[in-house]
Ligand binder design. Structure first.
Ligand SMILES: [Zn+2]
Ligand SMILES: [Zn+2]
Length: 380
């Protein structure tokens, strides 16, 4: 499998760093295992990561362009991906440039590796975010193979030393390059760098040491989470290959919009429309809150735009105790479609209050300000 990194990313050989980056981003979004859990896609995802790892580094890219064939061969076997430190390639670079800051441990690598993290999105109602919730989750994951307990060997058999690399997990060879003769060390292609081979891989997991399964678990979501909150469940991700430790599971909260309340931090906001007469005379109205209906006193003379806070009826604080507030924004409704009797009542009211409106009597508030300003300029 001599992969062409340019073809993998779908860019031309002379693509700019920017083109490579955006091609990789596009593919990564499409092929990310969290988006697309299909195993074939996961393999492809690994490959494009490997390609990007090389092509995004000018030095590595140059070396790849010069010695492409040999390198593609070196990392073209059994899932030797970027996660494993890209041993084959960095060893080659070390050989040419003198292992500056390499520090790569030599020798066979362990079959046991840590499992990947996984992220699951969970949709919650506003009240579940506010008060917390318990959810039953079903996740597709990998667990330790019950047949081989993660070792990857068929029952009664054991890993055997690789006779190509004599258990070292790597092989060295002298190659000619434009820089002269270089000694390259690369992971052994026979054992994929493990130093051992499995003469009879476990029939259930095919040597991987784990099997895919569907798992159900109960999770407790704390009160106060919001859209975008990540909850880490340590060790609840998939088991690693070769009996390695599990990764973590992350829950990403998606808060469903609420028909009445808008959340800002831990405060909730809503609007309340009251009739003009109730605003003038005062009233007690029942308002919905997350805790059920709540009586609110409208003071006589309440204006449109006034806010009435109901303390501690908001969302619980995620850290610390206490809750946010429920803030009610009042809108006063002017009556429309008056019948003759209502209109007369209002005209009489206006007369009583001296509010009859001959044309031009009501002025916007700022006009007085501007005319005073003009007068001041004119020295009056
Ligand atoms: Zn097995
Ligand atoms: Zn070997």
């Amino acid at each position: 499998m001599a992969s062409d990194y340019y073809a993998l990313l779908g860019v031309r050989k002379d693509a700019s760093a920017h083109e490579i980056k955006s091609a990789y981003r596009r593919l990564a979004r499409e092929l990310h295992p969290d988006v697309n859990p299909d195993p074939e896609t996961a393999e492809k995802f690994k490959e494009i990561n490997q390609a990007y790892n090389v092509l995004s580094d000018p030095e590595k890219r140059q070396m790849y362009d010069l010695g492409g064939e040999g390198l593609a061969g070196a990392d073209g076997f059994g899932g030797f991906g970027a996660a494993a430190g890209f041993g084959g390639f960095s060893d080659f670079v070390d050989a040419v440039f003198g292992a500056a800051g390499g520090g790569q441990p030599r020798g066979p690598r362990s079959r046991a590796r840590r499992g990947r993290n996984a992220t699951i999105r969970i949709e919650l109602d506003l009240s579940e975010c506010a008060f917390g919730a318990t959810r039953e989750l079903t996740v597709d994951t990998a667990v330790v193979c019950p047949t081989c307990s993660g070792e990857g060997t068929a029952p009664g058999t054991h890993p055997a030393m690789c006779d190509v690399c004599a258990g070292r997990g790597e092989i060295s060879e002298v190659r000619r390059s434009f820089l002269g003769q270089v000694m390259t060390t690369r992971p052994c292609p026979n054992c994929a760098g493990f130093g051992t081979v499995l003469p009879r891989p476990c029939p259930e997991c095919d040597g991987d040491g784990r099997v895919r399964t569907r798992r159900t678990m109960k999770v407790r979501i704390p009160a106060g989470v919001e859209d975008g909150t990540h909850i880490q469940l340590a060790g609840e991700g998939e088991t690693g290959p070769g009996g390695g430790p599990p990764g973590d599971l992350f829950l990403e909260v998606v808060q469903r919009p609420h028909p009445i309340f808008e959340r800002q931090g831990d405060d909730l906001h809503c609007t309340l429309t009251i009739p003009m007469v109730a605003a003038a005379l005062g009233a007690t109205v029942s308002v919905e809150s997350l805790d059920g209906p709540s009586d609110v006193d409208i003071r006589p003379g309440t204006q449109s735009g006034q806010v009435i806070p109901l303390y501690s009826l908001g969302v619980k604080h995620l850290s610390g105790s206490g809750r946010g507030d429920l803030i009610i924004h009042v809108t006063v409704e002017t009556p429309t479609r008056l019948d003759a009797e209502q209109e007369k009542l209002l005209r009489d009211l206006a007369k009583l209050r001296g509010e009859e409106a001959p044309p031009g009597k009501f002025q916007p508030g700022q006009q007085g300000f501007f005319s005073r300003l003009r007068d001041a300029f004119n020295g009056r």
